[in-house]
Ligand binder design. Structure first.
Ligand code: NAD
Ligand code: UGA
Length: 463
């Protein structure tokens, strides 16, 4: 069997590497129009940082895992084609700012229709609006050779930073297809691929629309939990409750569960916001404005939380950060990834620069040029923005430290040494609740966290 995957990004690369590793008899080729990305996949430095991924790629690459720019040739050879191209939020025309931009999906469908010489199974791996399979089917059916294609939905649920773990041991694999003999047969073929390493009872098959919709809904539910706890973090700050204690207390209820209740400076990443906006657009298109408004509020709280964090820094620094150095620790949207797409750090840095602060950013994995020019391409390049080689350089001479990404190394920095090199009062704002505020206060920091009681209130409470 030959598998081709179009799109060698955060999803296409790792998922195909895992299939190749687990299915040595299947030849897997990942293609992309971005030649630099393909070159990186073929090199010693992969284009994405993902714990454990180097090992997986090394084991399969050159044996049954290949990376290529020859899209047409690989389409011809493939029995199954995964489509893992980007589906960003549309920035123009009808639905701008909310609907998914499906131009890459459509272009892939047309390329397949043009180059295929035999019928194939086409698998939607990208996250797409419900009913996209209809559009793909229609485009494929218009091929001049009378070929038959089966279109399946197989959304990806991996999270960045834990992609290898998630792919090795997924909670579930979801496959949607048409409930026709051809559709069922195609689903069984794809089930057969995953069943090589995923227990059969974790491979769910549904109709196409349930599968497409479930992906958007899963992300919406996950993001909703974060916005819920983040909304409560503000109430904790106002009342003296501690958001981690509240999260722990409610998470012990097995109906609520403990995961995804970590209050933060706001969720980032390329998908949560994009997929919720896409869901709200779909709801409105289907005449359900109340449902759309409900989910829109999840994004609204997230925007507010990001602003609130930067606003608090300005407020606590006596309402001005102009010409003050602020160290921003972390720029990736979460730890263990070099991905900065929609990172809360972008908003925090922008807001601080708008207040004329001098911002020094350090991130262990994000290259300096990506910090200066954000992934949206708008650019936050500014003479007051510098990139430090380590956390100590970022913090030297800073009036305040803002922890924005929860990298483990920020937990064990020598904060006494850092404190000694800062003008006083020295502030620290922990946007991830990863450091010991009491210990930092002992050193002399004016330290605060998200949803944490202020130092004075804590002292009062403790009598
Ligand atoms: P990405 O931007 O990292 O990768 C997409 C790749 O597709 C790019 O390298 C691009 O050059 C390539 N591409 C686009 N059009 C092409 C074409 N016509 N021919 C050949 N190559 C083409 O995106 P990603 O993060 O891998 O996400 C891909 C999809 O998976 C999105 O729909 C996303 O919502 C979904 N998803 C992402 C994640 C994640 O963790 N990043 C997780 C689950 C689902
Ligand atoms: C998320 C989902 O977890 C994946 O299942 C999904 O496949 C993926 O989106 C996608 O469709 O792209 P990802 O965005 O990579 O994965 O990472 P998450 O671990 O979900 O974190 C997203 C954001 O929420 C990060 O900024 C993270 O720091 C933040 N977060 C997460 C919190 O603030 N609190 C939490 O408790 C959990």
């Amino acid at each position: 069997m030959n598998i081709c995957c179009i799109g060698a990004g955060y999803v296409g690369g790792p998922t195909m590497a895992m299939i190749a590793l687990k299915c040595p008899d299947i030849t897997v080729t990942v293609v992309d129009m971005n030649a630099a990305r393909i070159a990186a996949w073929n090199s010693g430095t992969l284009p994405i940082f993902e714990p454990g991924l180097d090992d997986v790629v090394k084991q399969a690459r050159g044996k049954n895992l290949f990376f290529s720019t020859d899209v047409a040739a690989q389409i011809k050879q493939a029995d199954i084609i995964f489509v893992a191209v980007n589906t960003p939020t549309k920035t123009y025309g009808v639905g701008a700012g909310r609907a998914a931009d499906l131009r890459y999906i459509e272009s892939v469908a047309r390329t397949i229709a043009e180059h295929a010489e035999t019928g194939k199974i086409i698998v939607e791996k990208s996250t797409i609006p419900v009913k996209t399979a209809d559009a793909i089917k229609t485009i494929l059916a218009s091929n001049s050779k009378g070929l038959k294609f089966a279109v399946l939905s197989n959304p990806e649920f991996l999270a960045e930073g834990t992609a290898v773990k998630d792919l090795t041991n997924p909670d579930r694999v979801l496959i949607g297809g048409e409930r026709t003999p051809e559709g069922e047969k195609a689903m069984e073929t794809l089930v057969g691929v995953y069943a090589r390493w995923v227990p059969r009872d974790r491979i769910i098959t549904t109709n196409l629309w349930s599968s497409e919709l479930s992906k958007l809904v899963a992300n919406a539910f996950l993001a909703q939990r974060i916005s819920s706890i983040n909304s409560i973090s503000a109430l904790c700050e106002a009342t003296g409750a501690d958001v981690d204690e509240v999260a722990n207390a409610i998470g012990k209820d097995s109906r609520i569960g403990p995961k995804f209740l970590k209050s933060s400076v706001g969720f980032g990443g390329s998908c949560f916001q994009k997929d919720i906006l896409n869901l709200t657009y779909l709801c409105e298109s289907f005449g359900l404005p109340e449902v759309a408004a409900y989910w829109t509020s999840v994004v609204g709280i997230n925007d507010w939380q990001k602003q609130r964090f930067a606003g608090r820094i300005v407020k606590e620094l006596f309402n001005t950060v102009a010409d003050k150095k602020i160290a921003v620790l972390g720029f990736a949207f979460k730890k263990d990834t070099n991905d900065t797409r929609e990172s809360a750090a972008i908003n925090v840095v922008r807001d601080l620069l708008a207040e004329h602060a001098k911002v020094s950013v350090y991130d262990p994995k994000v290259p300096a040029d990506e910090i200066k020019i954000d992934s949206l391409g708008k650019g936050i390049d500014n003479p007051r923005l510098t990139v430090a080689k380590d956390a100590y350089e970022a913090c030297a001479g800073a009036h305040a430290i803002a922890i924005v990404t929860e990298w483990d190394e920020f937990k064990t920095l020598d904060y006494a040494k850092i404190f000694a090199g800062m003008p006083k009062p020295a502030f620290l704002f922990d946007g991830r609740n990863i450091v010991d505020l009491a210990a930092l206060r002992k050193i002399g920091f004016k330290a605060s966290g998200i949803g944490k009681p202020a130092a004075s209130r804590r002292a009062e409470d403790l009598g």
